[in-house]
Design a binder for this molecule. Structure first.
Ligand code: AMP
Length: 212
């Protein structure tokens, strides 16, 4: 089983992916989380990626394709949930090619549809647990104790790229470089659109129905 989550930054992909991966025993590959771990560990890849990420630009395709290819080959529970990849048509094509070699393909791609106005509102209030990656929001998804993770008690952090200027750039980059990826999957015939402006639970139900 290989599922791809598509949608703008702030569309709720990460929040939904965590729950779905747990329920269906899928390996959750979130490229943003993988990159942030590389940055935190001061690896060569992390150092190279950080400037792109802080500005809200995409990390170059060859870096991302190499990162995902290596992980597709690993042991992967009952399947894989790709969250944040592919983000360009070149990445989508490279993924298709890697899957053809492995005699498989993308089973379902899900597009989380959210208006730009709502995306900006969501990104502005985001916080994340740096330890277990659980996402929170000042308005929609508050922790029980201010700025502490409900699960592991760590102090929550706010992302550099959730600052207004980087948010504007991320949305622009999404519109120009990532929306063509939707056409790629639409043509492949397995794209399902989910209304990402609903409550977290309602989106979860639609997802369950879409995946079957
Ligand atoms: P995210 O957490 O998914 O919003 O990703 C944070 C940042 O990581 C993005 O703004 C990009 O700089 C970088 N990134 C994550 N996934 C990709 C990808 N598939 N291609 C290029 N850059 C990526």
């Amino acid at each position: 089983m290989l599922i791809v989550f598509l949608g703008a930054p702030g569309a709720g992909k990460g929040t939904q992916a965590k729950t779905l991966a747990q329920k269906q025993n899928l390996t959750h590959l979130a490229t943003g989380d993988l990159l942030r771990a590389e940055v935190a560990a001061h690896t060569e890849l992390g150092l190279a990626a950080k400037a792109f990420m802080d500005r809200g630009d995409l990390v170059p395709d060859d870096v991302m394709i190499g990162m995902i290819k290596g992980r597709l080959e690993g042991p992967n529970s009952d399947g894989i949930l790709l969250d944040g990849f592919p983000r360009t048509v070149a990445q989508a094509v490279a993924l298709d090619e890697a899957l053809i070699t492995a005699n498989t393909s993308v089973d379902r791609s899900i597009f989380f549809k959210v208006s730009e106005e709502e995306l900006v509102r969501r990104l502005a209030g985001r916080a994340t647990c740096p330890n277990c990656q659980r996402p929170y929001h000042d308005t929609f998804n508050k922790p029980q104790n201010t700025d502490r993770c409900d699960d592991c008690g760590s102090d929550l952090v706010r992302r550099e790229d959730d600052k207004p200027e980087a948010v504007r750039n991320r949305l622009k980059v999404y519109a120009t470089q990532t929306t063509p990826v939707l056409d790629h999957y639409q043509k492949g015939g397995n794209l399902v659109e989910v209304d990402g402006e609903q409550s977290i639970d309602a989106v979860q139900e639609d997802l369950a129905a879409a995946i079957g």
